[in-house]
Design a protein around this ligand. Structure first.
Ligand SMILES: Cc1cc2nc3c(=O)[nH]c(=O)nc-3n(C[C@H](O)[C@H](O)[C@H](O)COP(=O)(O)OP(=O)(O)OC[C@H]3O[C@@H](n4cnc5c(N)ncnc54)[C@H](O)[C@@H]3O)c2cc1C
Length: 398
């Protein structure tokens, strides 16, 4: 596969692979079992400059391309898909949003430390009414004297060790309703991290409810335009979806590697287990799917535009490769990890083998940052030239 990659991309991938195999692998089961963010590994990612990958050199970043960023996420996901999922939010979605929409002062204040891995960012959009159903969201940013007041409750916010939050809220200006974004810092009066959820997969990422009780937001903490701040992030959204596809691919590859080793070493009925049908067939079939997904992902990472403020309706079908990959690779990873787990028999169901987390993480991924059906709805809307059902096209994400 090396003909796909430049020497620089291979070097970064090799760094990520070494880190993943030496440092993440021994911790992956513990992260899942204890459901605790591995702060030391977050610190190591900062040392290795992973949080700087998707940030411009002007703000302390490496300005790496999307392919390089995906390679890092894929390698880490082979060992811990959950940790890679958290990293995607902190490496691509949040810094990408600040770089795309932020003022110079906001970039200096929020992007520069995030690129160093010092004050990481979280994305907070989902409400009980539905992540993409933004017209029914209740969180509001209301003018108040010299600034604004933020009131509302957000759920399912993946926070890791984040210190700053990008919070989507209903807004209005001169009687016109909109949807914008406020930057909230931990410690602002009225901001409460309520509780973290116990969940099926993506354990060790601190996903939970955050509350905003009359939080004062100074004007300089409104990200982008007050009424349409969320609108122009279509390109960043797609990059982030591609990052999630990379973690789904890594998840499937990690499970495949472990399963191959397991079946090669197991004897059943006095013969190698690989002689039991359909084990050999399944292995070949899943290997083919991995290769197909990898080709799709790397090609998409090259083709996907990552510059320019644009909403979904302005991107066009070729710009929706992130949605396409997240849906397709994500679903393939669920089917693939499910079949691979079957080859482990009862041993795969038991926690002590440490492999059933791959299926749980793959399954979680096809909901987090937009369910598969939503991504296909966006794609079909673009194909048909219509608005996606129930989704204001510019705001469909989270
Ligand atoms: C582990 C995890 C981490 C998360 N982290 C974050 C985070 O950091 N920040 C954040 O804001 N949110 C986060 N979320 C929320 C996540 O983005 C939403 O759960 C997801 O987008 C689905 O939205 P929903 O839960 O509101 O489901 P609903 O909107 O209630 O949808 C339910 C189902 O209906 C179908 N559906 C919904 N809309 C459409 C549509 N337009 N077209 C076709 N079918 C549709 C899908 O099958 C979907 O699964 C996270 C979720 C998980 C599971």
């Amino acid at each position: 596969m090396s003909y796909f990659l430049t020497e620089e991309q291979q070097a970064v991938r090799d760094t990520a692979r070494k880190f993943a195999q030496k440092e993440v692998r021994p911790r992956a089961v513990e992260i899942d079992h204890e459901d605790r963010v591995p702060e030391d590994l977050v610190a190591r990612c900062a040392e290795l400059n992973f949080f700087a990958l998707f940030v411009s050199p002007r703000y302390g970043g490496l300005g790496a391309d999307l392919t390089t960023t995906c390679l890092v996420l894929e390698e880490i996901a082979k060992e811990s898909p959950a940790f890679a999922g958290l990293l995607n939010v902190e490496i691509v979605l949040c810094p990408g949003s600040v770089e795309m929409l932020g003022s110079e002062a906001q970039k200096q204040k929020y992007l520069v430390p995030s690129a160093k891995g010092e004050r990481l960012l979280a994305w907070s959009q989902t409400e009980p009414a539905g992540a993409a159903n933004v017209m029914a969201h209740q969180t509001r940013l209301t003018p108040d004297g010299q600034g604004y007041r933020l009131n509302g409750v957000k759920i399912f916010c993946t926070q890791g060790t984040a210190k700053n939050y990008l919070v989507m809220a209903r807004t209005s200006r001169n009687g016109t309703e909109g949807y914008g974004c406020a930057i909230v810092e931990q410690g602002m009066p009225g901001f409460v991290v309520a509780r973290y959820e116990d969940k099926l997969g993506w354990r060790g990422t601190n996903t939970g409810t955050v509350m905003f009780n009359d939080v004062f937001i100074p004007p300089e903490n409104v990200l982008g335009d007050l009424l349409s701040g969320n609108h122009d992030l279509g390109v960043v959204n797609q990059a982030s979806f591609l990052g999630h596809a990379a973690t789904s691919l890594g998840c499937l590859e990690g499970m495949f590697e472990r399963t191959l080793e397991y079946v090669k070493g197991r004897t059943l009925y006095g013969a190698p287990m690989t002689q039991v049908q359909p084990v050999a067939y399944w292995l070949a079939e899943i290997y083919a799917k991995i290769e197909a997904c990898r080709s799709l992902l790397y090609t998409s990472a090259r083709r996907l535009p990552t510059e320019g403020r644009r909403g979904f309706e302005e991107i066009g079908i070729d710009g929706l490769l992130g949605s396409l990959c997240k849906a397709h690779v994500g679903e393939t990873a669920v089917q693939g990890t499910n079949t691979l787990l079957q080859m482990w028999g009862g041993a795969g169901i038991m926690d002590r083998t440490g492999v059933n987390r791959y299926l749980r993480d793959a399954r979680t991924k096809i909901v987090a940052e937009g369910a598969t059906e939503m991504h296909y709805a966006i794609l079909s809307a673009a194909l048909l030239g219509e608005a996606a059902f129930g989704i204001p096209s510019s705001t469909a994400r989270a």
